[in-house]
Design a protein around this ligand. Structure first.
Ligand code: WTA
Length: 630
C-alpha cells in the first residue's frame, strides 16, 4: 500500500488526477468495515458540506487495535517514557492496550456515557490519556482533549462549548521539575460547568487533592471491576470522532470537528507515506496529545498502521538539554518528529549535549507546527541526522486532520525550509487576494485547497456558519488555510506564516483576541493589541501594545499583573514577552486596528511602515515609534 519509489509516487499522483474517488476508495479498502459505504464523496464547498464514504459502518478502534491482534498481539503498541529518567518505561503491547481500552470503555459505559456524548480529557502525557482517547472512540463518545497547560477558565469554556458530561483528569502532571495541579485546576473549572456529571481521576503525582462525593471517582477503583470485553459501537462514516479546539482570529476558540472514516483513512495514509514507516521501526513524535499532532501522529496514524509509537511525558530540557538524544540512543529510535521551536531551543544549548549520544539509529526526521528557518534546518540535518536522514517538513493544521504538504521521506526531494509538495490526493494551490489561482512558479500568495480530502474538518462544533465564514468565504469554492505561501522556480511550496490574527508561538496557535481580552481585564488597561515579532527560539514572541488609564508607576509590577491575568484566562503559553505602554493605537476610520503597522514596529522597523494615509490619526504612529525606541 505504501508508496516506495519515486515512480510509484508519480503513478499515484496520476491515479488521483484520473479518478480522485477511485484513488481514495482504494485506500479505504484496506480497513475493517461492518458495512461498505454507499457513496465515496459528496461535497459542496459553498455550504461547507463534505461527506466521505457515506453509509459505511465501522469503528476506528477495531482498526487501531482488534485487527492487529492476529499478527502482532505481543508487539509493542506504545512505548511510554516517563518524565523522570529513573522511572521505568512502560511497553504496552497491542493485546494489553486492547484490553485496557476495553476496560476503560466499560468504565465510561458504567458512568452512563453513550454514543454521541462529549467527554473532556485534561491529562498529562501518560499512557492512560491514550487509553482514554481510544475508549471514547470505542464507545462512540466524542473526545475533546484539552492541553494540560491551559487555565481553569480555558478548560471550563471548552467543556461548556461542547457540553461535556464527563471530565477525565489526574491529580497532577509531571513536566520537567514542575508538578501541575491538574485536579485543582479541574475543580476550579468544574465550578462553572453544569454539564459535567462525573470526573474520573487518575493518580499520577500523589498530590493531595479533594474528591467530591458522587462526582469524582478514582481511575484505579473504576478499572478494578471493569470487564475486559467491550464490543465496539458501530459508527457511521460521518459520525463525529472528536472535537479539538484551536484559536481563531476573533472571539472564542473554535471546536474543530473530525469524523470517523475519512480521518481514519487519511491518518494512516499520511503516516505511512510521509514517514516511510517500516515494520518494527520505533517512531517517536514529541508533540503533546493536547494538540492535533498528538492525535494524528502519536495515537491514530501509528496505531492504525500497527506501528510502535513512543509517548514521552517530559520536556526536552529535563534533566538537561540532552534528554531527547538520550532517549533516542537508549531506545534506538528510528523516526523522530518534532517542532522547530524545540530544535532551536536545543541548538542554542550547544552541540555538546548532542555529541554525547549515539544517534545512528535515526533514519527519518520530521518537523511540524511553524516555519523552520534555514539555520535550524541545517543544524537538524547535520547534527541530529548526521547528514544521512531525510527531513520531512510537514505542513498541515488542526483543521486538515493530517499532513497535507510534505516530501515523503527519501522518496522525493527535500529542500531546506520548504514543505515541498502536496501529498498525492491533495489539491493545494496558491491564490492572489482576489482568489485567482496563481499557476506559475516563483510566486507568492495565499495557500488554499481546491478539492476535498478525507480528513478535513467537517464543521466548528455548534457553529457551522463560523466554519463557512472562516474557511470557505474568503475565496469561494476553495478552503482557505490562513497561511501565506511561496512557490519556487520548481514549484516547491514554502509556507511563509499566518496572514491572519493567529499567532504561532513555540508552535502553539494563539488567538490575539483571546490574549487581548485577558489583558483588558486589568483595571488600569483601556485597550490593547497583540502582535508577533521574530524570536530566535519561539519563532514568534508576543508583543503587547497597551493603553492605560494612568501610566503605570511601576512597569515591572504592571507587566507581572498582566501576565498573571493571561495565565489565569488563557494559560502560561500565551504570556507577553515585550510590553509597550502607549497613548493610542493606529486605527482606521472604521475603528480597525492596523496590525500591519504594529507588526513592523514590534519587529524593530521604524521607517518603511507602508501606507498610513487611511489612519484616523497618523500621528499616533510617530508617538508609538518614539515610545518603542525609548
Ligand atoms: C503552521 C499543527 C510552516 C501554519 C499541525 C498552520 C506550519 C498552523 C507547518 C497550524 C510547517 C504547521 N511549516 N508552518 N511545516 N506546520 N504550520 O492547527 O501556520 O496547531 O496554519 O496544526 O501551523 O497549526 P495547528
Amino acid at each position: 500500500m505504501r508508496i516506495k519509489t519515486l515512480e510509484e509516487y508519480k503513478n499515484q499522483k496520476k491515479k488521483f488526477d484520473d479518478n480522485p474517488e477511485k484513488f481514495w476508495e482504494e485506500k479505504a479498502e484496506s480497513f475493517i468495515w461492518h458495512k461498505q459505504w454507499d457513496e465515496v464523496l459528496n461535497w459542496d464547498f459553498n455550504t461547507a458540506k463534505v461527506n466521505w464514504f457515506s453509509g459505511g459502518k465501522l469503528n476506528i478502534t477495531e482498526n487501531c487495535l482488534d485487527r492487529h491482534l492476529k499478527e502482532r498481539s505481543n508487539q509493542i503498541a506504545i512505548k511510554w517514557i516517563a518524565n523522570d529518567p529513573n522511572e521505568d518505561n512502560i511497553n504496552i503491547t497491542y493485546k494489553e492496550l486492547h484490553a485496557q481500552v476495553c476496560k476503560f470503555s466499560n468504565v465510561l459505559r458504567k458512568r452512563g456515557v453513550k454514543k454521541g456524548d462529549r467527554v473532556c480529557l485534561y491529562m498529562p502525557m501518560v499512557l492512560e490519556l491514550s487509553i482514554a482517547v481510544l475508549a471514547c472512540a470505542r464507545i462512540g463518545a466524542i473526545h475533546s482533549v484539552v492541553f494540560a497547560g491551559f487555565s481553569a477558565k480555558s478548560l471550563s469554556n471548552r467543556i461548556n462549548d461542547a457540553e461535556c458530561t464527563v471530565l477525565i483528569t489526574s491529580d497532577g502532571g509531571f513536566r520537567g521539575n514542575k508538578v501541575t495541579p491538574l485536579k485543582d485546576i479541574s475543580d476550579l473549572a468544574m465550578q462553572k460547568t453544569p454539564s459535567i456529571e462525573s470526573c474520573i481521576v487518575l493518580k499520577r503525582t500523589d498530590s493531595e487533592i479533594e474528591m467530591k462525593k458522587d462526582r469524582d471517582f478514582w481511575w484505579h477503583d473504576e478499572m478494578m471491576t471493569a470487564d475486559e470485553n467491550a464490543p465496539a459501537e458501530i459508527m457511521d462514516s460521518e459520525d463525529e470522532l472528536f472535537i479539538l479546539y484551536t484559536s481563531g482570529s476573533t472571539g472564542k476558540p473554535k471546536g474543530i470537528v473530525h469524523t470517523t472514516a475519512g480521518y481514519m483513512i487519511y491518518a494512516q495514509y499520511s503516516f505511512q507515506n510521509v514517514f516511510q514507516y517500516n515494520e518494527g521501526d520505533l517512531y517517536w513524535c514529541t508533540a503533546d496529545i493536547g494538540w492535533i499532532t498528538g492525535h494524528s501522529y502519536i495515537i491514530y496514524g501509528p496505531l492504525l498502521s500497527g506501528a510502535i509509537t513512543v509517548m514521552f511525558e517530559g520536556v526536552p530540557t529535563y534533566p538537561d538539554a540532552g534528554r531527547f538524544w538520550e532517549i533516542v540512543e537508549k531506545n534506538k529510535i528510528n523516526i523522530f518528529y518534532t517542532a522547530p521551536t524545540a530544535i532551536r531551543a536545543l541548538e542554542a544549548k550547544g552541540t555538546g549535549f548532542v555529541r554525547k549520544y549515539d544517534l545512528s539509529s535515526l533514519k527519518v526526521l520530521g518537523t511540524v507546527g511553524e516555519p523552520i528557518n534555514e539555520d535550524a534546518w541545517n543544524w537538524y540535518f547535520k547534527e541530529i541526522g548526521g547528514e544521512r536522514c531525510p527531513i520531512v517538513d510537514t505542513w498541515w493544521q488542526t483543521e486538515t486532520g493530517g499532513i497535507m504538504i510534505s516530501n515523503l521521506a527519501g522518496i522525493n526531494k527535500a529542500k531546506a525550509t520548504f514543505a515541498t509538495l502536496p501529498l498525492p490526493g491533495i489539491q493545494a494551490c496558491i491564490v492572489d487576494d482576489a482568489g485567482n489561482e496563481l499557476k506559475e512558479n516563483n510566486i507568492e500568495g495565499k495557500l488554499s485547497i481546491k478539492y476535498p480530502w478525507p480528513s478535513m474538518a467537517r464543521t466548528i462544533y455548534g457553529d457551522h456558519k463560523r466554519y463557512i465564514d472562516t474557511y470557505f468565504s474568503a475565496y469561494p469554492g476553495k478552503y482557505f488555510s490562513g497561511d501565506g505561501c511561496y512557490k519556487d522556480e520548481e514549484g516547491l511550496f514554502r509556507i511563509t506564516g499566518r496572514v491572519d490574527d493567529v499567532l504561532i508561538v513555540s508552535g502553539h496557535n494563539l488567538g490575539t483576541a483571546e490574549i487581548e481580552s485577558a489583558i483588558d481585564e486589568h483595571q488600569n488597561v483601556c485597550e490593547s493589541a497583540i502582535v508577533g515579532y521574530p524570536h530566535s527560539i519561539k519563532g514568534n514572541g508576543v508583543y503587547a501594545f497597551i493603553i492605560c488609564h494612568e501610566k503605570p508607576s511601576n512597569l515591572q509590577e504592571s507587566n507581572k499583573e498582566i501576565n498573571d491575568l493571561i495565565v489565569k484566562h488563557v494559560g502560561p503559553i500565551a504570556k507577553v514577552d515585550k510590553f509597550l505602554y502607549i497613548d493610542g493605537l493606529p486605527k482606521t476610520r472604521s475603528g480597525k486596528i492596523m496590525r500591519r503597522i504594529l507588526r513592523k514596529i514590534a519587529g524593530g522597523e521604524t521607517t518603511n511602515l507602508g501606507d498610513t494615509s487611511t489612519l484616523l490619526d497618523p500621528t499616533v504612529v510617530e508617538s508609538i515609534i518614539k515610545e518603542s525606541i525609548n
